[in-house]
Design a binder for this molecule. Structure first.
Ligand code: TXA
Ligand code: MG
Length: 349
């Protein structure tokens, strides 16, 4: 299959191209599109055959449910049995935006889309290209992140093309994404809203709107015994090819430890990648040293992390060391993804 790649300027959206993208979805095909978080791989959420195609293109197990993307709040009604009051409040504040909520699903949503679950995840993205595309596609677009299973989520269209060229009909190239990490997922079906995946809508922001919010215990831990509530979180999702270790401690000790390890591993023939920050990056002695930005600028770290992991894959780095980050606010999402990429391997120095 030839994959058409179209550059869309979000200030001047080409209506004809968006119409063509929408036609592909309505005909049961797949289109990758930009959102403010990461690129999505879209298919018709109400068509069981489209969900199957998405799983095949990603190389993803079909028990991993998809997020349904809408472009206006009133379209939520068709997808869900009921809208809890807390969900109305969150939607009023955070939609459109990087928040996904889980509801009891209606009959309209096929089990192929929800991976066999009776619940459905719904999100209304703020990216204007995404909104225009979802509208032209009929209003309900199922989309996981547009990476092949096991690779970091794509933060630019070039990364989507690396993973999906020849497997899908079209890629809408809307440039680099704004946030760089996937949406916050909150389960609205229980007694208390529960965060299943941290993102840029932080726990603190949710607590400002609702009295109480809890967190899935398995979210930041490596306990194998408990099954995470978001089925996708059980897969080792964000895994780089190189063996990644997070090193936590005082700045100088971290630099010294990583350099000692890098020296040893390079003598043994390894190729060492290092993830540092602007303050430390010049001090590292790896084969490839990359800064995620200023430690204080968490938005920049979030935007940069997946790109760096992909670059290390391209460079065939065999071992990676990363500095650790504060797990509060947006930092919680950053550390959640980094811990997953590392298979929870952390060294304290
Ligand atoms: O930012 C995002 O959310 C991006 C963009 C494209 O919107 N999408 C994304 O999709 O990250 P994906 O498929 O890579 O991750 C969706 C996560 C998975 O961990 C999945 O298990 C969980 O959402 N999920 C989906 N439906 C669920 C449900 N009904 N119950 C629990 N977890 C669910
Ligand atoms: Mg994903």
């Amino acid at each position: 299959m030839e994959t058409q790649i179209l550059q869309i300027d979000e200030q001047h959206i080409n209506a004809e191209w968006i119409r063509q993208a929408g036609e592909i979805i309505k005909a049961g095909g797949l289109v990758a599109f930009p959102t403010e978080t990461v690129y999505g791989l879209g298919g018709d959420a109400l068509n069981p055959a489209s969900a199957k195609k998405i799983y095949a293109a990603k190389g993803r197990p079909s028990d991993n449910p998809l997020i349904v993307h809408i472009y206006r709040i009133e379209d939520l009604h068709l997808l869900v049995k009921e809208i809890p009051e807390a969900a109305r409040k969150l939607a009023a504040v955070f939609w459109p935006g990087p928040l996904t909520m889980i509801f009891e699903k209606s009959e309209a949503v096929p089990y192929e889309t929800t991976g066999g679950l009776n619940t459905v995840a719904v999100r209304m993205p703020s990216n204007p290209v995404a909104a225009a595309f979802i509208r032209e596609a009929g209003g309900y677009v199922a989309a996981p992140s547009a990476n092949r299973s096991g690779r970091p989520s794509p933060t630019a269209a070039g990364y989507v093309a690396e993973d999906m060229r020849g497997r899908i009909e079209m890629i809408l190239d809307g440039g680099d994404v704004e946030i760089g990490l996937e949406s916050t997922i909150v389960d609205m079906t229980g007694e208390e809203p529960t965060i299943l995946r941290p993102g840029s809508v932080t726990k603190e922001m949710l607590k400002d709107v609702l009295q109480s919010v809890s967190e899935d215990e398995t979210m930041m831990s490596c306990s194998d015994g408990q099954a995470p509530k978001a089925p996708g979180m059980k897969y080792r999702h964000y895994a780089p090819k190189g063996d990644l270790t997070i090193v936590d401690g005082a700045e100088r000790r971290v630099v010294d430890y990583i350099n000692e390890q890098a020296l040893r591993l390079r003598e043994e023939g390894g190729k060492v990648g290092i993830i540092g920050t602007n303050a430390t990056i010049a001090d590292y002695r790896g084969d490839s040293c990359k800064s995620v930005g200023d430690r204080a600028d968490e938005a920049a770290i979030a935007r940069t992390l997946y790109r760096i992991l992909r670059e290390f894959d391209d460079e065939d780095v065999t071992v990676i060391f990363s500095e650790s980050f504060t797990a509060a606010g947006l930092g919680q999402a950053i550390m959640n993804r980094l811990l997953k990429a590392a298979g929870h391997k952390v060294v304290h120095v």
